[in-house]
Each structure stands twice: as C-alpha cells, then as structure tokens.
Design a protein around this ligand. Structure first.
Ligand SMILES: C[S@@+](CC[C@H](N)C(=O)[O-])C[C@H]1O[C@@H](n2cnc3c(N)ncnc32)[C@H](O)[C@@H]1O
Length: 211
C-alpha cells in the first residue's frame, strides 16, 4: 500500500472511533486481539492497566456483561462516565501493590510511557511497564487466566517474550491493523496461565526447622 493510502487507512480508525462514540481509536486494537484469541467471557473480572481515557475498559465491560467487572488503573485521573460494572481509578502501577487488588481472569495493559523522542529510552520505559504488567498478571491471575500487554519492540523483546512463556501455556505476538504504521508497538498475548508451582525462593526462605 502506498504511504499516503496507508496513512488514510490508519486515520480512518480515528474517524470511525468518533463516529461510533469510542473514547479512543485504540479500542479497535483490543477488538482485533479479542476476535483472534477470544479473551473475554461473560462474568469475567478484568484488570485494565493504563486505562485512560477508557476505551479498552468500556469494550471489556460490554463483553463481560453486568455479572462481570472491570477495574482500570491509570496515572491520569479518570474523566469518563462508566457503567456499573466498571471502576476507573487514579493509580501509578509502580506505586501500588498488585496483591491489594483481588483476583482477575484477564489482565490487559495498553500502558505506554510519555515518549521522549529517543527511541532507545522509550523502548526501555515501555519494557519496564510491560514487565510491571506481567508482575500483576503473575500475582493476580489464577491458572487458565489470560494476559495482553503492549510493548515497544526493541532489544529487550526476547526477555519479555521469555517471561511470558514461563507464565503462560500459549503465547501470541499481535500487531493489530489499527496500529499506526510508524509505531514500533506490538501486543504480547499470554493464554492459559500455568499452574503456580511453589518457587525455589519459597523453599529458600522457609524455616529450615519446618522442612
Ligand atoms: C495508549 S494510553 C491507553 C489508552 C486506553 N487503553 C484506551 O483505550 O482508552 C496509555 C496509558 O498508559 C498510562 N500509563 C503510563 N504509565 C503509567 C503508570 N506508571 N501507571 C499507570 N498508567 C500509566 C498513560 O497515562 C496512558 O493513559
């Protein structure tokens, strides 16, 4: 596709988002990922990291229905009106403890750093956000749970994918059509959280008298 045609195609997602009343064009990225891997079921509990302005949370809320719930966290205070099954909270994911949030069936992260113009710095910050999102997934998902996380692809890509593999039975790398052409982002998807086995750390820190 020629460059200007590609650009028009990408902008059409922005126009469509406005027309269809979505808070952000990024909703079409989650929609495509969901269509391809079937992330949500009715009654699911979903944690949305980097939720502002809220298009992913509202999409997930529709899919899980009123018997499900969605909690969205972002360093930007929420502004969107939400249905009863959605709560948007002001929080920096580096300053909260994942264990304070209960359990979830799906953890999704569209978190992105404020870009600096230095590609390497932006990739490093995106990698840190991605790994922090995986900390939440590791702490909060029961066996069988699913994860989606955005990553600016860079030198740390293999480390991110390797950690995803240790936690999930299946993994996919998806670059949705709504992603801007010039963007270096991709979404790493983990399906079926593995059974949690007691870690060697637990054994090392356990009271030797009790072993
Ligand atoms: C691309 S936007 C998310 C758009 C959202 N998925 C939607 O569809 O409406 C990325 C978000 O990540 C958030 N973010 C970046 N660093 C964060 C942090 N440390 N804690 C929480 N959110 C963070 C930003 O504030 C920004 O709102």
């Amino acid at each position: 596709m020629a460059r200007s045609r590609r650009r028009r195609h990408q902008d059409s997602f922005g126009r469509r988002a406005k027309r269809e009343g979505h808070l952000a064009r990024s909703v079409y990225k989650l929609e495509e990922i969901d269509r391809r891997v079937r992330l949500f079921r009715r009654g699911h509990r979903v944690l949305d990291l980097g939720a502002y302005p809220g298009s992913w949370s509202l999409y997930a809320a529709k899919k899980v229905g009123l018997e499900g719930r969605v909690l969205g966290l972002d360093i930007q205070p929420p502004t969107a009106a939400t249905p009863a099954n959605v709560e948007l909270r002001h929080a920096d994911i580096y300053e909260v403890d994942p264990k304070d949030f209960g359990t979830f069936d799906v953890v999704i992260s569209d978190m992105a750093p404020s870009t600096t113009g230095n590609r390497f710095t932006d990739q490093c910050r995106s990698f840190d956000l991605f790994m922090r999102a995986l900390d939440f997934a590791e702490a909060l998902l029961p066996p069988g749970g699913s994860f989606v996380g955005k990553l600016f692809v860079g030198p740390d890509f293999d480390a991110a994918r390797d950690r995803l593999r240790t936690l999930f039975v299946q993994h996919r790398i998806i670059r949705p059509k709504a992603t801007r052409n010039e963007s270096i982002e991709a979404f790493l998807v983990g399906l079926q959280r593995k059974e949690v086995v007691a870690s060697t750390l637990d054994a090392e820190t356990a009271d030797p008298e009790q072993l």
